[in-house]
Design a protein around this ligand. Structure first.
Ligand code: GLN
Length: 535
């Protein structure tokens, strides 16, 4: 008998119902009840990881401490649970097939015909149990990406069926997230799509134990009875998930609906300790009662899709709550900026954030925005590419190195103030080859960042190929741009600041990945405070 219990979350009817938020909210409640929980996401696409995906496809690529490039849902898991995830928390079909094919090449299948069942399904089961087998978790929640009925989800559903059968009802259960649409003309909520999606699940031999129903209107008893009867689910296991004002309300909504109780009873786990959500609710209270509003411009090239900057906007919410201010984001497309229109487009902003990114599109607009922030003494945070743009802007407009650039944008530049590390020059593969994951950094005591972090030793997550070129460090420092954070092992510059500016910080790493509800990121807290001071 296994010690760890498994919860599977599947989705029906449509995508975008918020499986990740439901999984994270349930995990939060179980955590508050004293269980150690982790969440895993299985993605049915063939990319090995989302690192090679354009942000327009799937939104932000989230990075873990161990350097995995993962689905943005892992960001939600970390923000809700306040514990780090790792490579094991995100698995794609590509990765599953890659490891099965590697084993085949090594002869590990001893001459057998390699098939989806059992070889792919065994590999899926193995990946699910990896987390459970660490012995660290009482409960592992596995979210299956996609919607039931998709061809590509079938092996995952089959793996879930097998695991449920092998582990027994007390040790594994399935939550099916579905949509109960409201037909305005009929004035009614409709259960038929849910009935159909449960039927599809059942055709694969999986009967859901709990239905979580996304809805715009409350489900009355009648509807719940109907769903229970036709979907073969107990009535108390029909959980309403009504539209929420913020994703951070969902744990409380699920608590009211007793999702955690239903789950624990089915898994025969103790329910005596009640979820207090004390710190969580303190955060919510501050988040919902801001005393002020600051407006921050987010300059990026994927701004049409806000999900491309998910961790940044969530970090603003966490930092806003600490400062008791609402952070309003003005989305600004870097390609739309020119020297002429910058004063107009950035007018009235209390702070400017230049976002991460890859490639040359829109970078001149980013540089113009940096210049405006520097000259007008507007609080500025540059993240990764944003930091590199700050170095380029300063080199061009203060040092007078007119052609200064990153070799990513112009390999022939006379002044490569940002260039490729030696180790990166040989790399030709695109996937998983950047400087990734957690790296240490030592901070200068006499700096804005030290005031923010209040410690000299930090560790932050990276995802980039290009670096600050140390040949220009002295020249930049003399003119007022100081490297205030350094990786002492490699001597790579991780942070730059301006001396004569109220708050101007560029970081080569991604602070946004480490901001959680219970641990808002110090740099974001300090940046938002500077914006508030600039009201
Ligand atoms: N394109 C830049 C690099 O590779 C910055 C990457 C980023 O912003 N994450 O160094």
């Amino acid at each position: 008998m296994s010690k760890t219990k498994y919860i599977f979350v599947t989705g029906g009817v449509t995508s975008s119902l918020g499986k990740g938020i439901i999984a994270a909210s349930l995990a939060k409640l179980l955590q508050e009840r004293g269980y150690s929980v982790t969440i895993q996401k299985l993605d049915p696409y063939i990319n090995i990881d989302p690192g090679t995906l354009n942000p327009y496809e799937h939104g932000e690529c989230f990075v873990t401490d161990d350097g995995a490039e993962t689905d943005l849902d892992l960001g939600h898991y970390e923000r809700f649970l306040n514990i780090p995830t790792s490579q094991a928390n995100n698995v794609t079909t590509g990765r599953i097939y890659q490891s099965v094919i590697n084993k085949e090449r090594k002869g590990e299948f001893l001459g057998k015909t390699v098939q989806i069942i059992p070889h792919i399904t065994d590999e899926i089961k193995h990946r699910i149990q990896l987390l459970g087998n660490t012995g660290e978790y009482d409960i592992v929640i596995t979210e299956i990406g996609g919607t039931v009925g998709d061809i590509e989800s079938l092996p995952y559903i089959e793996a879930v069926r097998q695991m449920k059968w092998e582990l027994g009802d007390d040790n594994a259960l399935v939550i099916h997230l579905t949509l109960v649409p409201y037909l305005k003309a009929a004035g009614e909520l409709k259960t038929k799509p849910t009935q159909h999606s449960v039927k599809i699940l059942m055709q694969s031999g999986v009967s859901p134990d709990v239905l979580v129903c996304r809805t715009e209107h409350h489900l009355n008893d009648n509807i719940k009875r109907k769903l229970a009867l036709f979907c073969n689910v107990q009535q108390e296991s029909i959980i309403e998930s009504i539209d929420a004002e913020t994703i951070y309300d969902v744990p409380n909504l699920m608590l009211n609906e007793k999702l955690d109780l239903v789950v624990l009873n089915k898994l025969k786990l103790a329910t005596d300790r009640k979820p207090a959500l004390k710190e969580w609710n303190e955060f919510l209270k501050r988040h919902k009662n801001p005393k002020n509003t600051v407006e921050i411009g987010l300059i990026g090239k994927y701004v049409e899709l806000h999900d491309a900057y998910k961790s940044i906007t969530e970090a603003f919410i966490h930092a806003g709550a600490v400062n008791e201010v609402k952070v309003k984001v003005r989305w600004i497309h870097s390609e739309s900026l020119t020297v002429e229109n910058v004063p107009d487009k950035l007018k009235g902003l209390n702070g400017i954030l230049v976002a991460p990114g890859f490639g040359g599109r829109g970078i001149e607009g980013k540089i113009d925005a940096v210049r405006y922030a520097r000259e007008h003494k507007i609080p500025f945070l540059g993240i990764c590419l944003g930091m590199q743009m700050a170095v380029i802007e300063f080199s061009r407009n203060v040092l007078g190195l007119s052609d200064a650039n990153s070799t990513e944008m112009n390999a022939e530049t006379k002044y490569p103030v940002i260039n490729l590390m030696e180790a990166q020059k040989e790399v030709t593969n695109k996937g998983g080859t950047m400087r990734l994951g957690a790296w240490d950094c030592k901070i200068d005591k006499d700096s804005k960042v030290f005031e923010a972090y209040n410690t000299q030793q930090i560790s932050e997550r990276h995802r980039h190929r290009y670096e600050f070129n140390n040949d220009y460090k002295e020249q930049l420092a003399k003119a007022g741009m100081i490297a205030t954070g350094i990786n002492t092992e490699t001597n790579l510059v991780e942070i730059i600041e301006l001396k004569d500016h109220p708050w101007f910080v560029g970081v080569q790493y991604h602070p946004e990945y480490k901001s959680t509800v219970l641990k808002p990121h110090p740099l974001f807290v300090s940046f938002v405070k500077a914006c508030l001071d600039n009201l």
